[in-house]
Design a protein around this ligand. Structure first.
Ligand SMILES: *Cc1c(COP(=O)(O)O)cnc(C)c1O
Length: 345
């Protein structure tokens, strides 16, 4: 028998549950490129309703969903304002520039994961042939596990509107933000022109993201999805997993948040480490010894998988139980005392 490992690298690592697999088995399917896969339509419609948008588009990944949004809002020579460490800037291979000739204007996130309003304002370029045309503001929620304050969302989208920009939300984990704030997800999503939502993170589906927006944006994105090679056929099999996830795995995100808090509490008293207070399902551990690689290797021997890094990001999810968290805390204690002795000796 293979030993079960506790995988804290990301919430993308969750495996579909038995009931999710059954829902996939039972899915009614069609050909989504012809627009007649009923399960895909159901997923797109459901998420559009839940988020207060007119339409949705099922995409193979969040990276593609964000890319399609950027391509639909901007044209060649346009620009989007984005966080310096934003996924749509730093972690998507420069896709907007590669495929759309769209230029990013990155600015620094503040300590809450927000782009400061004065910095956004200052980054918007005047209409002048020297400059790219600033067209879009792109926010991220949650940003490194931080749920953006609700007030901020209204202020940032109002600023963008006032200055003639559209606003896109990379809401890969927007359901975590909604659960954290105890608000319907619509309240976070409705002031944006488009929102990209991952089904394959904490929601536990194997594949897929949905882009929501008004019909015009989604029509454009649908065309770009085909261009990008993202038109899938009997995709209802996958959409069924997404539907199951939004029916059954949203409220339980609170458990992941509780587990993250329990993990942070357990780790914060270990000598040599400091832990940021988690807001959702991510715990950031700062390691005074700077020996993340060794920590990772030693944890692996305790059947715990992490990515090295300082801070080290630990992510709780559907496949991490409260007992697992306690096991992780115990292993950290054991491993870190070995590392501490070595560091001194
Ligand atoms: C995971 C993620 C995405 C999309 O990633 P895919 O792996 O392409 O699905 C987008 N934005 C953020 C913030 C993410 O964490």
């Amino acid at each position: 028998m293979t030993v079960r490992k506790i995988d804290l690298r990301s919430d993308t690592v969750t495996r579909p549950t038995d009931t999710m697999r059954q829902a996939m088995m039972d899915a009614e399917v069609g050909d989504d490129v012809y627009g007649d896969d009923p399960t895909v339509i159901q997923l797109e419609t459901r998420l559009a309703e839940m988020t207060g948008h007119q339409a949705g588009l099922f995409c193979p990944s969040g990276t593609q969903s964000n890319l399609l949004a950027l391509l639909s809002h901007c044209e060649r020579g346009d620009e989007y304002i984005v966080g310096q460490t934003g996924h749509t800037y730093k972690y998507e291979g420069g896709g907007a520039a590669v495929f759309g000739s769209i230029q990013p204007q990155p600015i620094d996130f503040d300590e809450n994961g927000c782009l400061p309003l004065d910095k956004i304002d200052a980054a918007i370029k005047p209409v002048d042939s020297h400059f790219a045309r600033t067209r879009l503001l792109c926010l991220e929620n949650t940003q490194w596990g931080r749920a953006l304050p609700m007030d901020y969302l209204g202020e940032a989208t109002a600023l963008a509107r006032r200055r003639g920009l559209a606003v896109h939300l990379d809401g890969a984990r927007v359901f975590n933000a909604a659960v954290k704030h105890e608000v319907p997800v619509r309240q976070i999503c409705e002031s944006f022109d488009s929102v990209s939502i991952c089904l394959s993170k904490g929601l536990g589906a194997p594949v897929g993201s949905v882009l929501v927006g008004n019909s015009e944006i989604i029509d454009r994105a649908r065309r770009w999805r085909k261009v990008a090679g993202g038109g899938m056929r009997q995709a209802g099999i996958l959409a069924a997993a997404g539907l199951h996830a939004i029916e059954h795995h949203v409220d339980r995100l609170a458990e992941d948040h509780d587990n993250a808090e329990r993990l942070a509490r357990g780790l914060q008293n270990i000598e040599g480490y400091s832990v940021d207070k988690p807001q959702t399902n991510m715990v950031y551990v700062h390691d005074a010894y700077g020996r993340a690689n060794e920590l990772k290797a030693r944890l692996e021997r305790e059947n715990i998988i992490v990515t090295s890094g300082n801070p080290m990001r630990l992510v709780t999810h559907l496949d991490v139980s409260r007992d697992d968290v306690d096991h992780v805390v115990g292993a950290f204690n054991k491993v870190s005392s070995i590392i501490a002795v070595e560091a001194v000796g």
